[in-house]
Write a protein that binds this ligand. Structure first.
Ligand code: G4P
Length: 301
């Protein structure tokens, strides 16, 4: 899968965050509850130092509640991090984030002064929607086209809180490789930079293993196909998606499968668990070590 993020943008974002971060009292990081690890911004752990963080697992309505509970416990193991869930159109719940922000910084005697809060989130996690909800009026553009650059803005919120909205060119995590696929499954990576059918196949394989009942019910398939390719063929047959010469139209299947998954038509689905991510990270590290060993051996010969 070829995904290109522009090194110039990355460098600029890093520099800006590094400059602004020390002036912040707290960070709100919005992630997608279906992929709390893959949708995390890789710069936050690297640059936050001891600034407290509220992780907002947004789009709770689309995620598997049992898996979300595992993530909340896992994320709060990190010092100075509180994790909560959210879904759109819940203003009272969203405003609780501001109370939590005040609580988490209470020991610093900031009650009377403005609290400076940086809000971060990779594209498409619902950051603009949350900002609008907190402000109680439309502030930032919302929409599903990721990676749109905007200038930083400062938004006045209730309870003397200043929200610093960082520009939208923050890039997502693309390692281990499956993070990229999961981001693509949720729509966080633009379709122009990835192989659409590969992404659907990744989703098909995952759903068969992890949510077989959801697949069985949605596509009325019993017994279930053996793997992702067979599942895509079976959906083509069920929905009568055939091209010229009676060949299954797998691109159309990919489109339908991803759209139905993204809009929650298969029911709540989480795409990663803390255990799965830990295992993939270990495997990725082992592959990197192996590559380094081979490179060193080649240099010696
Ligand atoms: P961003 O600033 O992080 O890029 O995200 P944005 O708020 O633009 O939200 C991206 C899409 O996600 C929007 O849908 C938005 O409505 C949707 N969204 C935000 N929060 C939630 C949530 O809690 N649950 C669900 N299911 N969806 C959420 P869209 O189709 O692109 O736009 P629209 O037609 O809804 O305006």
């Amino acid at each position: 899968m070829a995904i290109n993020w522009f090194p110039g943008h990355m460098h600029k974002a890093r520099k800006e965050i590094k400059k602004v971060m020390p002036q912040m009292d707290l960070i709100i990081e919005v992630v997608d509850a279906r992929i709390p690890f893959s949708s995390e911004n890789p710069l936050v752990p690297a640059l936050r130092q001891d600034t407290p963080v509220i992780k907002v697992l947004n789009k709770r309505d689309l995620a598997d509640p049992g898996v979300t509970r595992l993530w909340l416990d896992h994320l709060e193991q990190e010092n100075g991090v509180r994790a909560i869930t959210l879904t759109h159109n819940q203003r009272a719940e969203a405003l609780d984030i501001l109370r939590l922000a005040r609580d988490m910084t209470a020991h610093r005697n900031l009650e009377r002064s403005a609290l400076r809060v940086m809000i971060l989130g990779i594209p498409n996690v619902g950051k603009s929607t949350l900002i609008n909800t907190l402000a109680g009026r439309p502030i930032a553009r919302t929409g599903n086209e990721p990676a749109v650059t905007r200038a930083q803005q400062i938004i006045k919120l209730p309870d003397n809180i200043l929200l610093y909205d960082t520009p939208g060119f923050l890039w997502p995590k693309l390692s281990p490789e499956s993070c990229g696929y999961r981001l693509a499954v949720t729509g966080a990576i633009r379709s122009a930079v990835l192989e659409f059918d590969d992404v659907a196949l990744f989703a098909a394989d995952y759903l068969l293993v992890t949510y077989p009942d959801a697949v069985r019910t949605r596509y009325n398939l019993d017994p279930l196909p053996a793997d992702g390719v067979a599942l895509m063929d079976a959906i083509a047959a069920r929905r009568n998606f055939y091209g010229r010469g009676g060949i299954p139209d797998l691109h159309k299947v990919a489109e339908v499968l991803l759209n139905e998954l993204r809009s929650g038509k298969l029911g709540p689905v989480s795409l990663e668990t803390p255990t799965l991510v830990a295992q993939e990270t270990r495997e990725e590290q082992a592959r990197k070590t192996e590559r380094d060993i081979q490179k060193a051996a080649r240099r010696r010969t």
